[in-house]
Ligand binder design. Structure first.
Ligand code: V1P
Ligand code: CA
Ligand code: ZN
Length: 372
């Protein structure tokens, strides 16, 4: 372990004040809850806290098409009915609604991931955190799955200015398709996503056979899982794959998307992970002592999202947190037990031992084709 890691944490109080709509599962308010819980545990005094810059359209256009970025900037709830063709073309609507201050929301979460990457590049910190980021489905010319601007791709492009190879790891319950697609043809980014696959689960991609193409062949890794995976099988699989990937690929920086919808009892998810099981992945990745950019992602049971990302902030700071939640503005959400950790779930684990060993063997086999 390094003597003491230097941590930069990015947060803008405006990010949690936007509203996707009455029946929409994405609740940015979870970001306020997370931040206040982090403050209640006193973690802010152990890291550098920054308000990020708002990403400029020109920065977004490093990945996205300028016409798409321009449309996001122009559209609002008052004028959207005048643009039915563009709304359909850019996949705006039910999953990705046009809401008040939508573009500013994108500027904040994307600006924070870009700032995080820049501080790592300039060696101003060892670990940078942006819980508002991790919107992994956005494509070059398309919104998708609650994601408009792909901050992860923008952050990775920034890291690539200083590092020959960047490793992207995604533990959101959904496939990290936007990040995979952006780097599908290059060996300079290795993408690894763990996700639920099958039963038409969104977005439907991420089969173990999707491995990258051309220069990128063998540099995309997909770990398709069934419902109900528990801590022990997830952590064993995660450690086996990630340790081999790091050994072979030798990345200069790692981006870890920590979507909290892989937790038990998530409103959209279907895994059995406890907070300890989820956080174990963060602990494991931190131990490599490689410059690390950590983001949020999905997470639809708000109080558990705040718990999870607070525990993970504690882990990144090497700080143990008492299990009783200290008083804070949102304490009422954490009752009746007011405890920080949540246990694993009990839905049937459809990932048999033989299923897991088959996908693990396929993935490790593909890694044999890589040499650096
Ligand atoms: O299933 C779909 C689409 C809509 N159908 C035509 C297929 N969309 C999902 C999107 C999930 C996005 C996850 C984002 C992330 O990975 C990163 C932030 O976590 C969806 C679901 C669902 N149960 O999967 N959309 C909605 N639910 C939804 C429900 C109510 C209102 C709006 C959207
Ligand atoms: Ca994932
Ligand atoms: Zn998700």
């Amino acid at each position: 372990m390094r003597s003491k890691d230097k941590i930069s944490y990015f947060y803008d109080g405006d990010v949690g004040n936007v509203y996707f709509g009455p029946n929409h599962p994405m609740k940015p308010h979870r970001l306020c809850m997370t931040h206040h819980l982090i403050l209640a545990y006193g973690l802010h005094s152990k890291m550098e806290v920054y308000r990020p810059h708002k990403a400029y359209p020109i920065e977004m256009a490093q990945f996205h098409s300028p016409d798409y970025v321009e449309f996001l900037q122009r559209i609002n709830p008052e004028n959207k009915d005048l643009f039915p063709n563009e709304m359909a073309r850019y996949n705006l609507g039910e999953d990705c609604p046009v809401f008040e201050d939508m573009f500013e929301f994108c500027q904040i979460y994307a600006g924070a991931t870009i700032d995080a990457a820049r501080r790592l590049n300039n060696k101003l910190c060892d670990i940078a955190i942006n819980w508002a980021g991790g919107l992994h489905h956005a494509k070059k010319c398309d919104a998708s799955g609650f994601c408009y601007i792909n901050d992860l791709v923008l952050g990775i492009l920034e890291l690539l200015k200083h590092h020959p190879r960047v490793l992207y790891i995604d533990i959101d319950v959904h496939h990290g398709d936007g990040v995979e697609e952006a780097f599908y043809f290059t060996d300079r980014v290795m993408t690894v996503s763990f996700h639920k696959f099958g039963d038409k689960f969104f977005p439907g991609t991420g089969d173990v056979k999707e491995i990258g193409e051309r220069e990128g062949k063998f540099y995309a890794i997909n770990v398709p899982l069934r419902d109900g995976i528990d801590d022990s099988s997830f952590n064993r699989l995660f450690r086996a794959i990630i340790s081999k990937v790091v050994e072979i690929y030798q990345p200069g920086a790692i981006v870890l998307q920590c979507g909290a919808d892989s937790l038990a009892r998530d409103r959209l998810g279907c895994f059995n992970l406890s907070i300890d099981g989820h956080a174990e992945c963060v602990k494991f990745v931190k131990k490599f002592n490689i410059p690390l950019l950590v983001t949020g992602g999905g997470g639809y049971t708000k109080e558990n999202v705040a718990r999870c990302w607070t525990v993970e902030t504690g882990i990144l700071l090497d700080t143990e947190l008492p299990n009783e939640i200290p008083d804070n503005d949102y304490i009422k959400y954490f009752g009746p037990d007011y405890s920080l950790k949540i246990p694993g779930g009990h839905i049937e684990n459809l990932n048999t031992k033989s299923y897991i060993s088959t996908i693990k063997a396929q993935i490790l086999d593909n890694l044999r084709y890589i040499q650096h």
